[in-house]
Design a protein around this ligand. Structure first.
Ligand code: BTN
Length: 265
């Protein structure tokens, strides 16, 4: 990536605190350290490649050189956002989805809670982490990884969900600096509606697997099957079990119900 092009394109968004790395362990780790030493709102860490990128449930997210987008933006939640910290990861997903629609005319969906899918396959993952000092919140690090070219499709991704990359669907080269700017512009704009019903309906409109029979895995080996009904205002997933009761889940990973799976386990 070209750090000067990144700086120039982000100056209009008033993002001026940028740390760029050709290679880094994890942009989220760098941003969490920066937060400790007094980073301001919308400080940004961008890397061309990551050797120890992290995903949800401690999974690996490796970013090969020249193949993807890997960045972390620091957000200082406002008073009205404090009770809705779980919405920052979906904010990132919706911002990526909007950027894919506006810049490339694609039709992304969001697999709850915050994976962005293209043609039903995962093109982007998001890891939001909060940093606390006792009861006081220092900030949220919103880390976003997007597969851009085929070289981004590492075997570690295959283990998570069938992956794809933006260029496979768009069929033309992607300008990564421009795409980064579009995502960040959408994060800043959509954040204004974060605590409103509009944000929830925008998220619902992009929701993948709606009304499908799904399996929700909670990361520690337990799973639930049922029909995916939607997202509640607190960001939890609504699943209708086979007996008709609707349960809410705040943590987990969703996939289509594999054949033969019958009941809650
Ligand atoms: C997931 O799908 O489980 C989330 C993947 C999040 C990866 C991004 S890449 C930029 C940022 N830095 C990290 O170490 N992780 C996130």
């Amino acid at each position: 990536m070209d750090p000067e092009k990144i700086r120039a394109s982000l100056s209009d968004l008033q993002i001026t605190q940028i740390r760029y790395f050709d290679e880094i362990g994890s942009t989220n780790d760098e941003a969490l350290n920066w937060l400790e030493s007094g980073a301001v709102e919308y400080s940004l860490v961008v890397a061309d490649s990551q050797t120890k990128g992290r995903g949800r449930f401690d999974r690996k997210w490796i970013t090969n050189p020249g193949s993807g987008l890997a960045f972390s933006i620091i957000i200082k939640p406002r008073e009205n956002e404090m009770r809705r910290l779980s919405l920052f990861a979906p904010l990132g997903a919706l911002a990526v989805a909007r950027a894919l629609e506006e810049a490339f005319g694609l039709s992304p969906q969001i697999k709850w809670p915050n994976d962005v899918l293209l043609v039903g396959k995962k093109a982007c993952g998001i890891l939001a982490e909060a940093s606390w000092n006792g009861a006081s919140l220092k900030g949220v690090v919103l880390g976003i990884g997007v597969n851009i070219s085929k070289a981004s499709l590492s075997p570690t991704l295959l283990a998570i969900f069938p992956p794809t990359c933006v260029e496979e669907v768009y069929c033309k080269p992607i300008d990564r600096e421009l795409f980064l700017m579009e995502i960040l512009r959408n994060i800043i704009n959509l954040r204004q509606a974060l605590t409103t019903p509009e944000f929830l309906s925008d998220w619902q409109e992009h929701l993948a697997l709606k009304n499908e029979h799904v399996m929700l895995e909670n990361g520690d080996g337990n799973s639930v099957v049922g029909r995916l009904r939607g997202v509640a205002p607190d960001g939890s997933l609504e699943i209708e079990l086979d007996d008709g009761t609707v349960k809410h889940f705040l943590i987990g990973d969703v996939r289509l119900k594999p054949a033969g799976t019958k009941r809650e386990v």
